[in-house]
Design a protein around this ligand. Sequence first.
Ligand SMILES: [Zn+2]
Length: 183
Amino acid sequence: MASPFGHALVGLGLFNFFYPRRVVSRKKTGLLYGLVILGACSPDLDFLPGLFSGSPGRFHHGPFHSLGMAVALSLIVGFLIAFFGKTHSFAKTTSFVFVLIFSHLALDFFSEDFKPPFGFPLFWPFSYTYFLSPWGILPYVERNFSNPAIWSQILKVFLVESLLFLPFFFYSLKRKACRKKNE
Ligand SMILES: [Zn+2]
């Protein structure tokens, strides 16, 4: 799995690409960015049921990390936003949420994973086969605080993810700023 930092950077970059023209107040931008970060990290909410049962990893990398769940969640969010915010396009919101969750799966797919089950059931509910790239491009996110190497590992994750995703995020911001200037 990638870190929430990496997921957030990619998610916010995608948001800027999907909605380059949206001009809202700073407060609303903050709220929108918060929701996008929540959406980008949403598959990792599968930690919560395990947390309550005393074993955080118990349900992690289960069906929440799958294309089936990505389709279901994007349809639900698309319907809700189209229903409550009547000016929003159902197709665009649904596509954005799908791409957002897909980005999470893509980052996790190319991450190092040292704990079983390795990978996640990408094609759930049609298949329970777990998938993981043989090339772990993103470093493993250590969560075991009793491991003395945890801080150096966290630093490594932060540096690699910054190097890979900050340029994409800043480019999306620049593109958005240029669009606004030309309007
Ligand atoms: Zn994940």
